[in-house]
Design a protein around this ligand. Structure first.
Ligand code: C2E
Ligand code: MG
Ligand code: MG
Length: 652
């Protein structure tokens, strides 16, 4: 019979072109790409053997019967592999999403093995094809079995894809449908029209559809910087972790990008990123560079030796000014290194750990480097545990309020309380409020915590009118997110109203960082509260780099001098002079001052001599739970002797 081979030749060049483009692009190291590579290879070989076999039976080439038999056997093996691969590939696409591996050996391999055995036995049995002694080809009795076999896998693929539509996702599902339809039509056409050879065309077209939708490596590339994107990073990391294959990460957080975009414009910002990506690729050599999000790029290496080399080169590069288009710009970044990153359980955990390390080294003014080690990992786990527990704690209101008394030197009695939040973890014990407040600020839970706690303070005061008679006010802490929350002041005032408590009995503590960084918005909210009678207290004064001029524009009544100032005094006359002068200045400006963190009698003596109005510290009392603070104040109110006799003798 005369065969029309044009479709076969066209398919061959078609597939060759796809393969050429695939190889010329960035090499991907993920399961999908390896599968695609194998699939195209098998497809190409199949078409090549289809051509050779057609040449043999139409007499274009003359070969020995043995060679002809071998070529046909090969061709049949490839024909058997393609439907199997189709099914396996579709499974890989969905199971890869489920983050599990897919074994090439399963019940589905049994059908292939059965067919391969039959193909080998064909040499003697002649089930699919035979060659007589003069080398003339004829179909065997099971010739149609090959179509049936392919049909079984097509059916399996279709059923599996429909059942697992959700895991597969819409795009991949439709690609598989397209693939099955193209291959089905081409095979049916060849079956119907005897001399046409369109099966190869089906393979060629099918692979092109795959290439355009799933197999194209460009789908994983960040179009601006030409490095791999976030999506691919996730797939890549997941597959590496699954295979326990060693890798080490050097990540660069470019926090200045926002400023660069603002000052020089977005297009210059883009060019900075492109420049950095090129440099990272140069440093990485043959290793992979990824862009995780707008501001983070990373290099991933296979060996510790290479990790060390890359780490040093990256740190050195970012320690200098960057020269971009003749312009020198200062570009400090935060770099973190994670050796043996494959030991993390999954990609999200790795990214979380990276975020954690970067937050530890986050210093805006200079390039920093931090390397993950056993200790940082333990701390990271601890933070994560607290993070998870906070949600439960908010849901079940597991927070407590402790109260620390504040002593007036002039009145010689306790005149105020500071409400401080406490959280007890069932296995980790007491969690530092500094820590859980910081986490709650990050994940947005602080608003709920703040309002829960404020409600508790109000209820406690309402239940203890005798306490209210003993003290002048209760101080409560606030976070930036709370103050900036729409309607914050209204909420506070409504809670006070609900409990019938006077606003003047409450003093809101604002840290100097809030007062400096958010001044404009803070003013509006604070004004409403101050107008209603709530007093303002500046907390932790001296702990940061506050601009006194900005900070003191808010109507504070009291200023709390941070504990760190007091701790610096022993052995430093300079610090002592500084403390004393600050107290002088603030007093002259009409503010009342509170010394925080007074632990010893000598500290108490010093700050009292320097004219501080109030004392808060362990010297008098640690923060106490509700019941104990009531007892404490009652007792002190009776004895009126909160300090040692020696102290009074010296002071007054
Ligand atoms: P803060 O407002 O400056 O509170 C004073 C902190 O100093 C308290 O720590 C207190 O226990 C501690 N302290 C008091 N006297 C001494 C002393 O003599 N020596 C030492 N070493 N420490 C002393 P705490 O309770 O761990 O709270 C830490 C920070 O957490 C607070 O600092 C405050 O900024 C924040 N915080 C606590 N509760 C809340 C809350 O409900 N909301 C908000 N937004 N922040 C809170
Ligand atoms: Mg405070
Ligand atoms: Mg403080």
């Amino acid at each position: 019979m005369e065969y029309n081979m044009s479709y076969l030749y066209a398919s061959f060049f078609y597939l060759l072109l796809v393969f050429y483009h695939f190889l010329n692009q960035k090499k991907l190291d993920d399961l999908k790409s390896r599968m695609f590579f194998s699939f195209v290879m098998i497809g190409l070989l199949d078409i090549v053997f289809d051509i050779i076999c057609t040449w043999i039976i139409s007499g274009v080439i003359n070969v020995s019967v043995w060679t002809a038999k071998m070529c046909f056997t090969f061709f049949y093996v490839l024909q058997a592999l393609i439907p199997f691969f189709l099914y396996y590939y579709a499974r890989t696409l969905r199971e890869d999403r489920e983050k599990r591996g897919v074994s090439i050996f399963g019940w589905y391999t049994a059908i292939l093995c059965g067919m391969l055995i039959l193909i080998v036995l064909n040499y003697w049995g002649g089930y699919f094809f035979t060659f007589n002694l003069s080398g003339v080809y004829s179909d065997g009795p099971l010739y149609m079995g090959m179509y049936l076999y392919a049909g079984v896998y097509v059916l399996l693929t279709a059923t599996d894809s429909i059942i697992h539509y959700r895991q597969l996702g819409k795009q991949k599902f439709f690609v598989i449908c397209e693939l099955l339809a193209i291959m089905g039509i081409c095979v049916a056409y060849q079956y119907a029209v005897d001399d046409s050879l369109t099966t190869g065309l089906g393979i060629g077209l099918g692979m092109t559809v795959l290439y355009l939708n799933i197999g194209n490596p460009d789908r994983c590339i960040d179009s601006m910087t030409d490095v791999f994107d976030n999506q691919y990073f996730r797939e890549w990391v997941q597959s590496r972790i699954r295979r326990s294959k060693e890798f080490h990460v050097v990540a660069v957080e470019m926090h200045r990008m926002k400023v660069i975009n603002k000052i020089f414009g977005n297009s210059f910002g883009d060019r900075v990123l492109i420049h950095i990506a090129e440099k990272m690729q140069e440093i990485s050599g043959s290793y992979q560079v990824f862009r995780l999000n707008g501001n983070r790029m990373m290099i991933v290496t296979d060996s510790l030796v290479e990790y060390e080399r890359v780490r040093k080169a990256v740190v050195k590069y970012f320690q200098q000014e960057l020269e971009i288009e003749g312009e020198k710009i200062s570009f400090p970044v935060n770099i973190c290194g994670i050796p043996h990153a494959n030991e993390r359980k999954e990609c999200d955990e790795l990214i979380g750990y990276m975020d954690y390390l970067i937050s530890l080294s986050a210093e805006k003014g200079r390039t920093t480097f931090i390397q993950g080690d056993w200790q940082t990992l333990q701390n990271f786990w601890y933070t994560k545990e607290i993070e998870q527990y906070l949600t439960i704690a908010v849901k079940n209101d597991l927070f407590e309020v402790y109260y620390q008394p504040i002593y007036s030197i002039k009145e010689k009695r306790f005149v105020a309380l500071e409400a401080l939040s406490r959280l007890h973890h069932p296995t980790l014990g007491w969690v530092s409020p500094e820590m859980f407040i910081q986490i709650a600020e990050k994940n947005g839970l602080i608003l709920q915590i703040g309002s829960l706690q404020f409600g508790k303070v109000c209820r406690f005061m309402k239940d203890h009118p005798e306490l209210m008679a003993m003290i002048r006010n209760v101080k409560f802490n606030t976070s930036p997110a709370e103050i900036l929350q729409e309607g914050y002041s209204r909420k506070v005032l409504e809670t006070l109203e609900f409990h019938h408590l006077p606003a003047g009995f409450f003093q809101m503590e604002i840290t100097e960082t809030i007062a400096t960084e958010y001044s404009e918005n803070v003013y509006r909210i604070v004004d409403e509260l101050v107008e209603a009678g709530v007093e303002l207290c500046l907390d932790d004064f001296g702990s940061g780099y506050a601009n006194l001029n900005t900070v003191l524009r808010l109507p504070f009544t009291e200023i709390k001098l941070d504990r760190s100032l007091l701790n610096g005094i022993p052995g430093s006359q300079h610090m002592a002079d500084f403390y004393r002068s600050i107290v002088d200045v603030l007093k002259n400006m009409g503010y009342k001052t509170v010394a925080e963190g007074v632990e010893t009698e000598s500290q108490l003596e010093l700050v009292s001599r320097w004219g501080v109005d109030y004392i808060q510290g362990y010297y008098f009392s640690k923060p106490l739970p509700e019941k104990e603070i009531v007892e404490f104040l009652r007792e002190k109110a009776c004895t009126r002797k909160p300090c040692s006799a020696a102290f009074y003798q010296r002071m007054y």
